[in-house]
Design a protein around this ligand. Structure first.
Ligand code: CTP
Ligand code: MG
Length: 395
C-alpha cells in the first residue's frame, strides 16, 4: 500500500458480532480458518489495495488489543492508518462507531463484514472505482439461483417471488462519505446492510457484479467451505494416475548375462540387455509412478550414462522412485503391470513376483502376462515389453 498521501478512502471492517449462528465459543471474527483468524484473513485484501486507505476495525469490547495486534501484523508499514474501535449491540451501531473516527481527508467509505473473509482485492477495487466514477453508492451482488417463496407465519408457501428482480448483496459496500453519514444520522430503524439506509435516505445505490468467494461465514457449514477454498490446488487434484512402458531385447548370446525380470532372478534363461539389468517390469513401474507424481520419467531421473546405475537391479530404481514420491508428499495406491513376451513362462512365478515388488513399494502390485500370437519382436522372442499403470495420492 502507498502511504505517502492522506487517505481519501476508508474501509470500516465490522468484526464486533458474537457469531451466534456459527455457535463457536469465540466471537466469530476471532475463530480460525485454515490456521488464521477470520478477521486477519478479511484484512488481507484491504491492506493489498494500491492506494492509501484508512482502515477502521470495529471489534468486541474485550478484544480491542487483540484486534490492534492482528491489524498491525497484516498492515505492516501501513499501520499508521489503522484505527480500532469498540463495537455496539447491532451491526448498524458498530458501523456508526466506525464512522465516528474517520479522518478528515476521507471522501469515500467502504463498509465490510469481517465474516466475508475470502473477499478478493478486486472486489474492493471495483467498488472504489464505481463510487469514484458515479458519485453514488455501489454494492456487489450476485443473481439469486434458487426459486424464492414468500411464506406465511406457519411456514405455508404463498407466492413465488420473481428472482430476476433479486440480487444477493455482499460487502464491501461503498458510498460517498456525506451520503453514508446522512443516512446514518437519519436512520429510523435497524437495517442489516448499509445500502438499505442510504437508499431510504434518498440516494441511489448501484449493484455491481459480486464474487462467490465473498460469501459470508455464518454457519459451521460456511466455515468448512472456507477451509476447503483455502486448500492448495494440487491437493484437490489428487489422486493421480500414471502410465509407463519399457522394452528390452534379449542378449544375443545365451548365458551372456542372467535374466532379472519383475524383481526375480530367472535361472537358465537368456538375460535382457540394457545399461541396467534390463528389468522392463521394474522400469515400467518406475515410469508409471513418476508419471503419476508429475516427477518426469526414469530416463531423465536416473540417466543412462550415470555409472551408479550401470548393471543396477530393478530394486535400486524402485527404491529411489519410492523415496522421491515420499519427498513429494505422495503415497502409492496400487500398481498394475502387463508383461508382453513369449519368455520366460511367467504364470508359475506370478505371485512370487507380485509379493517381491509389493514388498519393495509398500503397496499392492498386480502383474499379468500375455503373448502376441507370434507377431512382432515379442512374438519372435527377441525381447519383452512391459506396460504399467500406477495410482498415487497425498500422504
Ligand atoms: N457485527 C458487528 N457488530 C455487531 C453485529 C455484527 O460488528 N453488533 C459484524 C460481524 O462481526 C460480522 C458482520 O457484522 O462481521 C456481519 O454480521 P453477521 O454475519 O450477522 O455476524 P454476527 O452478528 O456476529 O453473527 P450472528 O448474526 O450469527 O450472531
Ligand atoms: Mg448478526
Amino acid at each position: 500500500m502507498n502511504s505517502s498521501a492522506a487517505p481519501r478512502v476508508a474501509v470500516i471492517v465490522v468484526a464486533a458480532g458474537s457469531g451466534s449462528r456459527l455457535g463457536h465459543i469465540l466471537p466469530k471474527a476471532f475463530v480460525e480458518v485454515a490456521g488464521r483468524t477470520i478477521l486477519s484473513r478479511s484484512l488481507d485484501p484491504v491492506f493489498a489495495l494500491a492506494d492509501a486507505v484508512q482502515v477502521v476495525i470495529v471489534a468486541p469490547a474485550d478484544r480491542l488489543a487483540e484486534a490492534e495486534q492482528l491489524g498491525s501484523d497484516v498492515a505492516g508499514s501501513a499501520s499508521a492508518y489503522l484505527t480500532v474501535v469498540q463495537g455496539g449491540a447491532t451491526r448498524q451501531e458498530s458501523v456508526a462507531r466506525g464512522l465516528a473516527v474517520l479522518r478528515a481527508s476521507v471522501q469515500t467509505v467502504l463498509v465490510h463484514d469481517a465474516a466475508r473473509a475470502l473477499t478478493p482485492t478486486a472486489q474492493f477495487d471495483a467498488v472504489i472505482d464505481a463510487v469514484a466514477a458515479s458519485g453514488r453508492g455501489a454494492v456487489p451482488g450476485l443473481p439469486v439461483s434458487d426459486t424464492i417463496k414468500r411464506t406465511d407465519m406457519l411456514g405455508i408457501a404463498l407466492e413465488t417471488v420473481d428472482r430476476s428482480e433479486l440480487s444477493a448483496v455482499q460487502t464491501p459496500q461503498g458510498f460517498p462519505r456525506d451520503q453514508l453519514e446522512r443516512a446514518y444520522a437519519e436512520a429510523g430503524h435497524d437495517a442489516t446492510d448499509d445500502a438499505a439506509l442510504v437508499t431510504e435516505a434518498g440516494f441511489p445505490v448501484a449493484i455491481i457484479p459480486g464474487d462467490p468467494l465473498a460469501f459470508k461465514i455464518t454457519t459451521a457449514w460456511d466455515l468448512r467451505r472456507a477451509e476447503q477454498e483455502l486448500q492448495p490446488a494440487t491437493a484437490l487434484a489428487l489422486p493421480r494416475t500414471g502410465v509407463g512402458v519399457d522394452s528390452h531385447a534379449f542378449a544375443l548370446q545365451p548365458d551372456e548375462q542372467p535374466l532379472w525380470l519383475a524383481g526375480l532372478f530367472w535361472p537358465g534363461e537368456n538375460g535382457l540387455s540394457g545399461h541396467s539389468d534390463g528389468d522392463a517390469v521394474s522400469h515400467a513401474i518406475c515410469d508409471a509412478l513418476l508419471s503419476a507424481a508429475g516427477l518426469g520419467d526414469i530416463g531423465s531421473t536416473f540417466g543412462t550414462d550415470d555409472p551408479r546405475f550401470s548393471g543396477a537391479r530393478g530394486e535400486v530404481f524402485l527404491t529411489e522412485t519410492l523415496r522421491m514420491l515420499g519427498a513429494a508428499g505422495l503415497r502409492i495406491g496400487n500398481v498394475a503391470v502387463q508383461l508382453i513376451g513369449n519368455r520366460p513362462r511367467f504364470a508359475a512365478r506370478r505371485q512370487e513376483a507380485e509379493s517381491v515388488l509389493a514388498g519393495i513399494l509398500g503397496a499392492p502390485v498386480s502383474i499379468s502376462a500375455t503373448t502376441t500370437d507370434g507377431l512382432g519382436f515379442t512374438g519372435r522372442a527377441e525381447g519383452v515389453v512391459a506396460i504399467a499403470t500406477a495410482l498415487v495420492y497425498p500422504a
